[in-house]
Design a protein around this ligand. Structure first.
Ligand SMILES: [Zn+2]
Length: 271
């Protein structure tokens, strides 16, 4: 775990300078006595940059701080999560499916969308599901400064508690991207960072069969499944495929004996 509280962009900036210096030395024939040290430094700089970035974007990497992508458990439980809503008519259709199937899920809402459709947020909570923070404008937090990150998160937490009367303890950074500073800010706010272990890339609308097969093929106890009832702040793409896939995924997993729980239940079973 990285204790140094620095932004990924700063790390990449320093590494870029190191790479350029290494290449410059090599170009002018310096540091070439036994081997091309300048070139080696440049190469290591590029590799380190790739590694630091990889840790910031891969869902189950804990390098920058603790995240939940799946939970080790002997219980046959899974958590369904839906991102980017509320977004009519799809959020309502997903809620209909969950109600008919009698299962609970977790919705990571975009603050801007929650402001537009507070009734849907209320319905999510009234029907026994959990709400998490997915920032106000679905911004890539790696590109935002600290002040903007705080605003994106705090504004959304306030919107959620205004609408539902409950504080959320869960956050999912857009795209799952985070660095040391993002993680530190979430910890200070007592927000658990929730990633996922199963992504079917439903947001690309690959077809209902694909979404179902990609999800089911990787299922195990404690999986956190990522699906989308929304479409960022654009709210343009159809989520019909996800609605249809969700019903099939639930039916199939029920047949296999799985129980659906909210993220909090899977992360803190005693709560
Ligand atoms: Zn999202």
């Amino acid at each position: 775990m990285l204790d140094l509280n620095v932004r990924l962009v700063s790390i990449l900036g320093v590494l870029t300078v190191i790479v350029l210096v290494g290449l410059t030395f090599d170009y002018f024939g310096k540091l070439r006595r036994q081997f091309r040290l300048g070139l080696l430094v440049a190469f290591l700089g590029i590799a380190a940059g790739g590694l630091f970035t990889f840790m910031a974007v891969i869902p189950d990497e804990k390098f920058y701080g603790p995240v939940f992508s799946e939970v080790k458990t002997s219980r046959k439980v899974v958590a369904l999560t839906f991102d980017d809503g509320p977004y009519p008519p799809y959020t309502g259709q997903i809620l209909d499916v969950l109600r008919e199937e009698q299962v609970s899920a977790t919705f990571f809402v975009v603050g801007k969308n929650a402001e537009k459709y507070p009734d849907l947020v209320r319905r999510i909570v009234n029907e026994g599901h959990q709400v998490g923070n997915h920032t106000y404008s679905h911004m890539d937090l790696l590109k935002a400064d600290s002040k903007t990150i705080a605003q994106e998160v705090d504004r959304t937490s306030a919107i959620i508690s205004d609408i539902t009367g409950k504080e959320t303890r869960l956050v999912r950074p857009p795209h799952g991207f985070r660095d040391a500073v993002v993680m530190e800010m979430m910890t200070k706010r007592n927000l658990s960072v929730v990633e996922w272990s199963i992504a079917s890339r439903d947001w690309t609308n690959p077809g209902v069969d694909e979404i179902v097969n990609r999800t089911l093929s990787k299922i195990k106890n404690g999986s956190i499944i990522l699906l989308h009832d929304g479409d960022g702040t654009a709210q343009a793409a159809s989520r019909e495929e996800t609605v249809a896939a969700a019903r099939r995924i639930i039916d199939e997993l029920k047949n296999q004996g799985y129980i659906f729980v909210t993220v909090s239940e899977i992360v803190n079973p005693e709560e």
